[in-house]
Design a protein around this ligand. Structure first.
Ligand code: PLP
Length: 354
């Protein structure tokens, strides 16, 4: 605390990212990173950018990367926005589309950054309670609002909502923007991207952090009607025009191009996930149906906190949330087959000794 802080800084409760400890080598299953490295083509493209041109600013319009994404999704270039991770796009979106007078709606158990942004920007919001099965009650998101935001699949539950239900939600909210945060969509869900030409109030946000193994690069993108994209650019260009550096632009472009590698590793993660679900169920875990690269699990004989602490002692990091309704759950990122075999073995031992 400093006497020089303004009232806002005194009040805010910043987001707390998952642990990235350096004290020992852990099997990291706590921040939904991809266990596989990025494609070799990505690394090569980035190395090629390490030259004297770094003296020059990067392209503020990200035009080459945008064209690559437009080509991939069969969209126009002006329907795409690039951000420094999807977190930045989320922040810009809250600034662009939401205002103080009407409540933004989002689930109570969801990506915690939404609440942080709403409070930072002094916006009104209402938390919509997940039902007893941890599903998002979509009807509740149809009441009068100043905007809706949900992750699909949801985090930390991993649960996915089909496109028909989401179309319904968007149709019921034609007076406000509906943001679908698709950080985990490539692990089994169907993207809403194909409907952006149908709905000018739909904003889809994706990231290269998860399915393209580039959490360290910080690149995300939004897809929407060109007028929504123009709004995001107005905010970006009022804060920092150069959010994506030269090296990141080159790496991201190569990542979008290398569809073969992307498909190979996402399929592999899905396969591992389905195997781990069965193993966890054999150990009597309750495992929520996941279409993402993580599982949300609880056990009736051992608390979430107990399992989290014991796994950490054994060199495995998972995510534990000390929060009402989910404090008995663990969120476990899907790692390699070898990592998941070790996890299952350690859990078996911990449960047997309990
Ligand atoms: C639902 C959701 N949205 C967005 C993000 C942010 O991703 P990025 O790395 O693109 O900022 C995360 C990261 O964990 C997430 O879980």
């Amino acid at each position: 605390m400093s006497k020089y802080w303004n009232d806002k800084v005194r009040e805010i409760e910043p987001y707390v990212p998952g642990e990235q400890p350096k004290d020992r080598k852990y099997i990291k299953l706590n921040t939904n990173e991809n266990p596989y490295p990025p494609s070799d083509k990505v690394l090569e493209a980035m190395k090629n950018e390490l030259n004297g041109d770094l003296k020059l600013y990067p392209d503020p319009t990200c035009s080459e990367l945008i064209s690559e994404i437009a080509n991939y999704y069969k969209l126009d270039d002006d329907e795409i926005f690039i951000g420094n991770g999807s977190d930045e796009i989320l922040a810009f979106s809250f600034m662009t589309f939401f205002s103080k007078d009407k409540k933004i709606l989002f689930p109570d158990i969801s990506y915690t950054f939404y609440k942080v942004y709403a409070e930072l920007f002094d916006l009104n919001y209402e938390l919509i309670k997940l039902d007893d099965n941890f599903d998002i009650p979509l009807e509740e998101l149809k009441k009068t609002n100043g905007g809706v935001i949900i992750p699909n699949p949801n985090a930390p539950t991993g649960k996915y909502i089909n496109t028909e239900s989401l179309k319904n939600l968007i149709e019921a909210n034609r007076d406000s923007v509906v943001i679908i945060d698709e950080a985990y969509i490539d692990f089994g869900g169907q993207s809403m991207v194909e409907f952006i030409d149908e709905y000018d109030n739909l904003l889809v946000i994706q990231t290269l952090s998860k399915s393209r193994s580039l959490a360290g690069l910080r690149v995300g993108f939004a897809l929407a009607h060109k007028d929504l994209i123009e709004g995001l650019n107005r905010i970006k260009n009022s804060i920092n025009s150069y959010t994506i550096d030269r090296v990141a632009l080159a790496g991201a472009k190569a990542a979008i191009q290398d569809t073969k590698y992307f498909e190979k590793i996402t399929k592999k993660i899905i396969k591992t996930r389905e195997k781990v679900v069965k193993e966890l169920e054999k150990l009597n875990f309750r495992v929520l149906k996941s279409e993402s690269n993580f599982l949300f699990v609880s056990h009736n004989k051992a608390s979430g906190k107990f399992l989290y602490e014991n796994l950490k002692d054994q060199g495995i990091l998972v995510r534990y949330f000390d929060k009402e309704r989910i404090d008995n759950f663990l969120r476990i990122t899907i790692g390699t087959d070898e990592e998941m075999d070790i996890l299952i073995e350690k859990l078996r031992l911990i449960l047997n000794n309990n």
